[in-house]
Design a protein around this ligand. Structure first.
Ligand code: UT7
Length: 316
């Protein structure tokens, strides 16, 4: 049987920092409120001339280097993003040109904060069906470009960044299962409404507390679904690598897994919510900090706009 194995991880954060103290200057908010309600202390923000593909490029180069493969062996590129450089071509095609890789298929996938899990799930199926052998899977977002910095209800959450993995066909266990879901009827709880005015930028609107409750309940269910599908138990999981939306959501999922927070990779304090980038950013952090080691069992999960949600269980 062929498995999809992660053989390289990389990430990139833009240089500019936006701290809670900075936000106190422009918004009716406090460091104390943001820290206690979200766990966030700072976020990285792209500069004017930086595009999502630039973040994706830096993360991809690091993942390729960590994997030790020749970039020309990549036979598929998938970029999960909600903030593409342009309507078209896809950010994946722009990334492909920047990487100077010719002719392999490249496409974007849009599932907001669950995007990386969706991309991983698609990539896993390409490998299992022998349609690809080396896949570059990227989660990259410049959420600051669609944030209304006058709206304190969600401007405090978002950050920019990118994370990437190289998935390789392998005889050894890698991705054990992926689980993806959506429910479009909740569109208006978390979305970017069309202003239909070319002089205005369309920005995120969110009914925060309703999204929060849905996220906690749904992530509870996806944990059960994933363990059941693999006939595994809570205690078998070595690391939780969750989408970083709110420290209180991370704590709720850890409680559900009877897991100590020391087994959860937490980056939200430094990165904020980087949407599709948050899981591969956290994975890279866990690897760099020497926490996640070969052979560990990792549970990734995410919930986001759509609503979309999903999980991936991985033998690293
Ligand atoms: O990644 C995709 C999925 N997204 C999520 O999972 C995000 C889920 N939601 C959340 O993380 C939280 O709902 C927020 C962090 C967005 C908001 O936290 P909350 O505890 O749910 O606050 P709330 O919206 O219920 O508001 C509570 C109070 C309100 O004041 P009153 O009406 O009680 O007087 C808000 O006006 O907090 C006020 N408030 C703020 N105060 C200071 C809202 N935002 C702020 C702020 N600073 N930035």
């Amino acid at each position: 049987m062929t498995f999809s194995k992660i053989i390289g991880v990389g990430s990139y954060l833009p240089k500019n920092l936006l701290t809670n103290k900075d936000l106190e200057e422009s918004l009716d908010t406090t460091d104390e409120w943001i820290t206690s309600r979200t766990g966030i202390k700072q976020r990285h923000i792209v500069s004017k001339n930086e595009a999502t593909s630039d973040l994706a490029l830096e993360a991809s180069l690091k993942a390729i280097s960590a994997s030790g493969i020749d970039k020309n062996d990549i036979d598929l590129i998938i970029v999960a993003t909600t903030t593409p450089d342009k309507v078209f071509p896809s950010t994946a095609c722009i990334l492909q040109a920047k990487l100077k890789i010719n002719e392999c298929p490249a496409f974007d996938i849009q599932a907001v904060c669950s995007g990386f899990i969706y991309a991983l799930s698609i990539a896993d199926n390409f490998i299992k069906t022998n349609s690809a052998k080396k896949i570059l899977v990227v989660g990259a977002d410049s959420m600051s470009k669609i944030t209304d910095y006058k709206d304190r209800s969600n401007a405090i959450l978002w950050g920019d960044g990118a994370g990437a993995v190289i998935l390789s066909a392998s005889d050894n266990l890698g991705i054990l299962s992926t689980h993806i879901h959506s429910d479009g009827k909740f569109e208006n709880l978390l979305h970017v409404p069309k202003k239909n005015d070319p002089s205005l930028i369309d920005t995120i609107e969110m009914q925060g507390s309703q999204v929060f409750k849905m996220a906690v309940n749904t992530l509870d269910k996806i944990v059960d679904e994933t363990l059941l599908a693999n006939n595994l138990h809570k205690k078998d999981i070595d690391w939780l690598v969750p989408h970083q939306a709110n420290i209180r959501i991370l704590e709720a999922t850890a409680r559900k897994l009877d897991m100590d927070m020391s087994k959860v990779i937490v980056t939200i304090d430094r990165h904020g919510n980087t949407s599709a980038a948050s899981i591969p950013l956290a994975l890279d952090q866990g690897v760099k900090e020497n926490k996640i080691k070969p052979g560990n069992l990792i549970l990734m999960e995410a919930f986001g706009g759509g609503f979309t949600w999903g999980s991936a269980l991985i033998r690293f």
